[in-house]
Write a protein that binds this ligand. Structure first.
Ligand code: GDG
Length: 734
């Protein structure tokens, strides 16, 4: 609509300018003609009158002159006549003769012995006064002034403008209506139809028509139609290949292959994902709605699965502008650029969110499950809010699946531990898997939780419980054995409780590799120039979370600089610290500790043109991160405890050049999957420093060998395979 108005507005402006120009020249032309006519008539009248009055004037017969004037005024319908003597004094004339007060015109005519005239504006109208000199024996003896009413000239010009403006308005009306109809109904409609059909083709609708409603666009539509035909063909071939690859275990898993796999295994049974965090958050910046993808492993892992399979993702609508972009039912199609699945937002009151999210999830369960020596905070009111919000998530899902038989439900993470049992209680036919993205601690550690039994019973509602590692599975089985009345079947790794069986299985999570967004061949080095980084680059990418061991990482780097002067001035540690859970006190304090530690080390070693640690406390886009992964000599992951750690896998996936070294904590799940990495104990600054030195001085051939191994393992066990294995394990359960 805005464009239509812009086009119509510009056209209207052009029409106004052209019409204005023509109206002005017509008015000028008319004025010129009328004026010249008036001047010549005045001239003729004045000459003939002068001829009549000169003899009487020269004999000083003033009364005769006056008579002639009176007669002449009425017969010629003149506005006035005046006769002046050589001193410029009025000697005869009609009353109310319009003439300039100073008599300049009269004086000029007499002095120059030449006739002259001018227009005079008065309150009662416009007059043209023409003055000629009077002679006696060729000598100027006075002057005769003749005035005519010239108001009709102004009136004529006014009428010309009025006619032109009316004509212009009429023209504008017709013109803008024509443009509006043309743009809105002919061009816009044809273009939107083509765009919509192209979108549908892109989304996989094979039978849409790209023909435009207007023949004007036929050539363009012809070309588009050819392109879409090729696209459909390519898609058919890819789908066929994926089907063929399904049974071949050595070929990589792709989004297409996962799609085919799900079609074959689930036979159109829809997938529902539930997680606290949503993949798309809407905020408002200077009145404009923005879309962001929050930093975090759950989203990195689940988004490609939903993009490949479609379905519904139910999550907490937490963005300030979330309600604006969702429908009344909280639903919207995402990704915004190319919708592939439905996001349904659950609205949680700020008070409940505080207790459920900040309180129980992040101040109790998060430190409880991670061995990072942070004491969990158990508060009854937080637990009650957690129970309430879990109930809300379960209710939302139950509503969505009320007409769906045997739905597949994938519950994500520690925020929703009670949801599986709530679903199964109402819908025993639903197949529910729960994936725990963080570590599961030992029974002794977990059992300090006052509500451990309710949490375990909630989780045991799932048909399948997934963890990253076998160690996590073992810990979970032990915890259940110690707390819940049940039968533990170690042979099949399952738990029987009240006629329900839960299988417990490791699924080491991964990333979309190969994915849609492959890094470019050559990384962009501008970021290094911008951050003034020269020499070796050690990269850390984490949410500012205490489990990520960022101060420990800085200590390791400090130890390296202490022991190896050659790295001073030549090596920089770039730490991307994306803000996280800032409403939780312990996360805020941790972020401050990270800043203080980096400043301390920078003060200790920094020079005029080298800063050892550059801390970027902001979120980077995935593309920016991919670029940094490609530029880094070393990627440093020093988590004190981490379920998996996807940053490590993303680093390997980005290294098309097969170089760069990964240094990773032995307490991150990924250290088990990535065999080519240098594994360290992050609590030991000496070990971290030694690994950094090994990495920075590692020959290229060894880097290649290690990187090849890591890339192969990420390629082989990517997120598509992770998801296929989880879904296969779930759908095969009786
Ligand atoms: C949990 C578990 C487990 C980081 N900074 C930015 C950003 N990120 C992205 C990374 C990566 C993801 O966030 C972080 O994933 P991790 O796995 O490293 O860590 P958690 O967020 O703690 O994830 C973890 C994971 O769940 C999956 O199960 O591996 O153990 O704790 O993808 O690239 N993304 C953007 N901007 C950033 O600044 N956009």
């Amino acid at each position: 609509m805005k464009q239509v108005l812009q086009i119509a507005g510009s056209a209207v402006l052009v029409v106004i300018l052209i019409a204005g120009y023509f109206a002005m020249s017509q008015a000028n032309q008319a004025k010129l003609e009328l004026t010249s006519r008036m001047q010549s008539r005045s001239q003729v009248l004045a000459d003939s009158l002068a001829e009549s009055i000169e003899p009487s004037y020269n004999t000083r017969a003033t009364s005769t002159v006056q008579r002639i004037i009176d007669r002449f005024v009425s017969s010629e319908r003149l506005a006035g006549i005046s006769v002046f003597n050589s001193s410029g004094v009025l000697v005869a004339g009609s009353l109310d003769m319009p003439i300039t007060k100073d008599g300049k015109l009269v004086a000029t005519a007499m002095d120059s012995d030449e006739a002259g005239g001018e227009f005079i504006r008065r309150n009662d109208g416009t007059y043209y006064v023409h003055v000629i000199p009077l002679h006696e024996d060729e000598r100027v003896v006075g002057a005769l002034a003749v005035a005519q009413n010239a108001t009709y000239i102004d009136e004529n010009i006014r009428l010309i403008w009025k006619d032109n403006i009316i004509r212009l308005l009429f023209l504008l009306l017709i013109f803008s209506a024509a443009i509006f109809v043309l743009v809105r109904w002919v061009f816009s409609q044809a273009i939107s139809k083509m765009v919509e059909s192209l979108k549908a083709v892109r989304k996989g609708d094979s039978e849409v028509d790209t023909a435009p409603s207007s023949s004007f666009f036929e050539p363009l539509a012809g070309e588009i139609s050819k392109v879409t035909t090729s696209l459909r063909q390519a898609r058919r071939v890819a789908s066929e290949e994926a089907r063929m690859r399904l049974e071949k275990l050595d070929s990589p898993w792709t989004a297409e292959r996962l799609k085919e796999f799900i079609k074959a295994h689930l036979k159109d049974r829809p997938i529902f994902i539930l997680s606290n965090g949503e993949p798309y958050v809407n905020t408002k910046v200077r009145g404009e709605v923005k879309w962001t993808t929050p930093a975090g492993g759950v989203i990195t892992a689940m988004e490609p699965v939903m993009e490949a399979c479609g379905g519904m993702w139910i999550a907490h609508g937490s963005g300030a502008a979330d309600r604006e972009t969702a429908g009344a039912d909280g639903k919207l199609s995402v990704p915004p650029e190319e919708p592939k699945y439905t996001l349904k937002r659950v609205w949680v009151s700020p008070k409940d969110a505080k207790g459920y999210y900040n309180g129980f999830s992040n101040e109790a369960l998060w430190p409880l499950c991670h061995m990072a020596h942070v004491r969990p905070q158990f508060r009854k009111e937080d637990w009650l809010a957690y129970r309430k919000v879990n109930g809300l998530f379960a209710k939302t899902l139950l509503e969505e699946i009320r007409h769906v038989e045997h739905p597949i439900v994938l519950v994500q993470d520690y925020h929703l531990a009670l949801v599986p049992a709530l679903i199964k209680k109402s819908r025993p036919d639903a197949q529910v898997a729960m994936f725990w993205h963080i570590p599961w601690p030992s029974a002794t550690q977990f059992n300090i939780c006052p509500w451990r039994k309710e949490i375990l019973e909630g989780m045991l509602g799932a048909d399948l419980m997934g963890f990253h590692t076998q160690q996590n599975c073992n810990n979970f089985m032990d915890t259940v054995a110690s707390e819940v009345e049940s039968r533990i079947d170690y042979e099949h790794f399952s738990i029987f409780r009240e006629a329900h069986r839960t299988f417990v299985k490791p699924f080491p999570i991964s990333i979309a590799y190969p994915g849609n967004a492959e890094p470019s061949e050559t990384p962009d080095r501008n970021i290094l120039v911008k951050l003034k980084i020269r020499g070796n680059l050690i990269l850390g990418v984490d949410r500012l979370d205490y489990i990520k061991g960022i101060p420990e990482r800085f200590k390791g780097f400090e130890f390296l600089l202490d022991g190896h002067a050659e790295y001073r001035g030549t090596t920089t540690l770039l730490q991307i610290g994306s803000p996280t859970r800032e409403s939780v006190g312990m996360f805020r304090e941790y972020a401050q500790r990270v800043v203080a530690e980096s400043e301390r080390i920078n003060e200790k070693f920094g020079t005029k043109d080298w800063k050892p640690i550059i801390l970027e406390r902001r979120s980077y886009s995935h593309a920016e991160l991919r670029n940094l992964y490609q530029l880094a000599d070393v990627c440093l992951v020093t988590s004190l405890h981490d379920g998996m750690n996807l940053v490590a896998k993303e680093f390997a996936a980005a290294r098309r050049d097969e170089s760069g070294v990964l240094v990773i904590s032995q307490f991150a799940g990924a250290s088990r999957d990535l065999k080519g990495a240098l594994v360290v104990n992050p609590y030991s600054a000496e070990e971290t420093s030694a690994a950094l030195h090994t990495a920075l001085s590692m020959p290229k051939t060894e880097q290649h060998r290690r990187m090849k191994t890591m890339r192969a393992s990420v390629r082989e066990y990517n997120i598509y395979r992770w998801s296929a294995e989880l879904i296969k394990a779930l759908s095969q359960l009786e």
